[in-house]
Design a protein around this ligand. Structure first.
Ligand SMILES: N[C@@H](CCC(=O)N[C@@H](CS)C(=O)NCC(=O)O)C(=O)O
Length: 214
């Protein structure tokens, strides 16, 4: 299978982390999202939303959306519970990650790192306040358990770990969130753990490249 991905994106890293932990072989196809690589007709046919990550299966099917890819790859493994209630809890956290963790922590990280927002901009303040609410919620949940669902490491942990472990790059101090910090360490102790997120390229700065953000 092939993974079309952008090296600095934690949405892409979540998939690389799962692939490493499952020991699955794949071909990595680098996509420079700020060089217009997702704006081509060819990419649009594979993913009309023009986003990475994108998985191509061995039989030529395309799967878009990072958390859908996690769900597909984890099927039948210990990283996805069989029990219907626990499975639904995993889905709950995959949804929450996209609706709250990504815009508040991931979106703030990206915009601050590449100079699309200054820390004092109203949108940065809004996202920072949102990130505090997210981290309060995560910390309260983790205060009573080792992992997000069923006290077992699952793709819910991988999804939320993706951007949360880089919160410092969004100017967020994790000191007030001891349960989150302890959980980050537990994730990092899991077999097959990797961390290979790279810095954004210079073309990620506003006006420096071509992407769906420009
Ligand atoms: N909900 C999507 C979000 C994906 C997304 O926004 N990907 C960004 C990188 S984190 C991207 O590829 N943007 C394409 C572009 O800027 O051209 C997912 O989880 O896969």
């Amino acid at each position: 299978m092939k993974l079309y991905d952008y090296f600095a994106s934690c949405n892409c890293y979540k998939v690389r982390l799962l692939l490493a932990q499952l020991g699955l072989r794949y071909e990595r196809v680098p996509v420079d999202i700020f060089n217009g690589d997702t704006l081509t007709d060819e990419f649009g046919r594979m993913n009309p939303a023009r986003t990475t990550p994108l998985l191509e299966t061995d039989d030529g099917r395309f799967l878009q959306e990072s958390n859908a890819i996690l769900l597909y790859l984890a099927h039948g493994t210990s990283l996805l519970p069989d029990d219907p209630f626990e499975l639904a809890q995993v889905l709950r956290w995959l949804i929450y990650e996209q609706t709250d963790v990504v815009p508040m922590i991931g979106g703030l990280r990206f915009r601050l790192l590449v100079g699309r927002l200054a820390p004092s901009d109203p949108d940065a303040i809004r996202r920072r306040e949102g990130a505090s609410e997210v981290l309060d919620l995560l910390d309260a949940h983790l205060a009573e358990r080792q992992f997000f669902v069923g006290d077992r490491y699952s793709i819910a942990d991988i999804a939320i770990y993706g951007y949360t472990h880089r919160a410092h790059e969004a100017g967020i101090d994790l000191e007030p969130y001891p349960s989150v910090r302890a959980w980050l360490s537990r994730v990092e102790e899991q077999p097959g753990y990797i961390e290979d997120v790279e810095p954004y390229g210079e073309n990620a700065a506003p006006g420096a490249g071509r992407s769906i953000y420009d």
